[in-house]
Design a binder for this molecule. Sequence first.
Ligand SMILES: [Zn+2]
Length: 131
Amino acid sequence: MTKTINKTRHEWQAQLTPEQYRVTREHGTEPAFSGEYDKHYEPGVYQCVCCGQDLFHSDHKYDSGSGWPSFYQPVDKENIGLSKDRSWLMVRNEVHCSSCKGHLGHVFKDGPQPTGLRYCINSVSLKFKGS
Ligand SMILES: [Zn+2]
């Protein structure tokens, strides 16, 4: 079981940069090709910038050409949560951290095998820990 983290708006604002807060707590999106992890291929683990939970591994990262870090699977399905996002006149599957509910990005069905999924994640939602 992952533990659930509940913090107030003020606590998150004190902990995060304004851009991290905007993306993770207000479902924002960083501009394409702007993120520090888009072209980042060091071996290691990408953790939630809000609570430090492991989310994605560099072994599952690939260049989708979208301008955002892309992964075809999370470290563990338990570590992420999905919900429907109906903004922008489309229904997309929103991806968030299962522990703190921080918004990470979206998942699409045009990824590579073995999963066929593309987890399209904002760099500012992540914190890299090299192995
Ligand atoms: Zn988190």
